[in-house]
Design a protein around this ligand. Structure first.
Ligand code: AR6
Length: 176
């Protein structure tokens, strides 16, 4: 499923983010940048130790921000480590922090001249953000960024499992 945003493409696929050959893939990281479970564990397992070595040197990333490293042995060139919020009911600034994590990831991609970026569904696993709500925030934020930044040609959401894919598909239909 895909939509055009200006000359750029925003697309949804069901799959595994470690297999994407976009210029960057985004990791759902924690502030300590220490390898965890979920998509973080999968990226570090598939990409090898160089990713974590660089992340350790960076050391810390606040919630709502992002940092960039090598992608090690992965097909992508870079991993952007974005820290989404832990969901605490929704009235603790979570939507703004989630939007910020997406926006800051895209700003890093623009700054590094990267034209294609693959995102997982940030915060909707271990961090507990309800996927319907998170999908709306994610897609609106990315759509708005692409509207103003044509240098990013393609953003692909790589959704793990059919329920997550369908939640994002509904959110994209609402948005467009
Ligand atoms: N490809 C794409 N999506 C995936 C993959 C994969 N290979 N594996 C899991 N997902 P989570 P969070 C989905 O928990 O909620 C870690 O321990 C998953 O089904 O990875 O932001 C970090 O170190 C879900 O839809 O990230 C942090 O401590 C989505 O990715 C913490 O978890 C996000 O789930 C971050 O939690």
């Amino acid at each position: 499923m895909q939509v055009n945003v200006g000359d750029s493409i925003l697309e949804l696929v069901e799959g595994d983010i470690t297999r994407q050959d976009t210029d960057a893939i985004v990791n759902a990281a924690n502030s300590q940048l220490r390898v965890g479970g979920g998509v973080d564990g999968a990226i570090n397992r598939a990409g090898g130790p160089r990713i974590q070595e660089e992340a350790r040197r960076i050391g810390y990333c606040p919630t709502g921000q992002a940092v960039i490293t090598t992608a090690g042995d992965l097909p992508a060139r870079h991993v952007i480590h974005a820290v989404g919020p832990i969901f605490q009911g929704g009235d603790k600034g979570e939507p703004d922090l989630l939007a910020s994590a997406y926006r800051e990831s895209l700003k890093l991609a623009s700054a590094h001249g990267l034209a294609s970026v693959a995102f997982p569904s940030l915060s909707t696993g271990v961090y507990g953000y309800p996927v319907d709500q998170a999908g709306r925030v994610a897609l609106k934020t990315v759509r708005d960024y692409l509207t103003q930044h044509p240098e990013i040609k393609r953003v692909r959401f790589v959704l793990f499992g059919q329920p997550t894919f369908e939640a994002y598909a509904r959110a994209l239909q609402e948005l467009s």
